[in-house]
Design a protein around this ligand. Sequence first.
Ligand SMILES: O=C(CO)COP(=O)(O)O
Length: 134
Amino acid sequence: MNIALIAHDKKKEDIIRFAKEYHSILSKHQLFATGTTGMRIADEADLKVTRFQSGPLGGDQQIGAKIANEEMHMVIFFRDPLTAQPHEPDISALLRLCDVHQIPVATNLAMADIMIRALDHKDFEWKDIIEQNR
Ligand SMILES: O=C(CO)COP(=O)(O)O
């Protein structure tokens, strides 16, 4: 599965801890990330990550393009809901595309925890349901 990992600055420590905790599961998949998040995950959690631009420079949009092309299967995006972001429209667009394309998206640690465990148990029947409806 192709999995996108993204975190706003105040959530970077959380995503590093998450990546370390679930290293054994994440390492079985193809990981993608926005620039700074990806650099830190690669360096600090020792995972192979394909990096896009930093979020404010278009990274969210690049991940959005992968979703639009059906090339991204899961998004883990630790948003900071308490800090204004200069690229807020890009963030909204990315989350909207997840809904358009039925891509599971976790926007906080609690949901990411549930989602990654479901991934490990192969609890992803929604994919079959979607395929049947195409
Ligand atoms: O801003 C971001 C997502 O909206 C994240 O970008 P970075 O990973 O480059 O910090």
